[in-house]
Design a protein around this ligand. Structure first.
Ligand code: FES
Length: 106
């Protein structure tokens, strides 16, 4: 489905441990880099909407600070605790920038 590229940052600014929040219209996501790989995830934990901006990551799992529910970064699957999976977006690369595609229903 075509969409509009929304840049989040320049590739040169990325490093392991990098995190940046993008909030635009209905979209509220975090771009992060972990072990050389970039992920775009929803900012809010699907359990009770706590921010994941500073949530620690271990073993490929981001762990919400409020109740320690964990979510697989690759798939978004809920691995610790019991709630819905974490929504993810595919990172999109355009030129020297990384971002996401925004669709009209986002
Ligand atoms: S709000 Fe994130 S685990 Fe409860």
């Amino acid at each position: 489905m075509p969409g509009r590229f929304q840049p989040i940052d320049k590739l040169i600014n990325l490093y392991d441990g990098y995190r940046k929040r993008l909030k635009i219209d209905q979209l509220d996501v975090i771009l992060l880099q972990e072990q050389g790989q970039c992920f775009v995830i929803e900012t809010r934990c699907p359990h009770q909407q706590h921010s994941l901006l500073d949530a620690p990551i271990s073993d490929g799992m981001i762990v919400c600070a409020l109740h320690q529910y964990g979510f697989d970064l690759l798939s978004g699957a809920n691995r610790e605790g019991l709630c819905n999976d974490l929504s993810r977006h595919e990172p999109v690369y355009e030129g020297n920038e990384i971002g996401v595609m925004i669709h009209d229903n986002d």
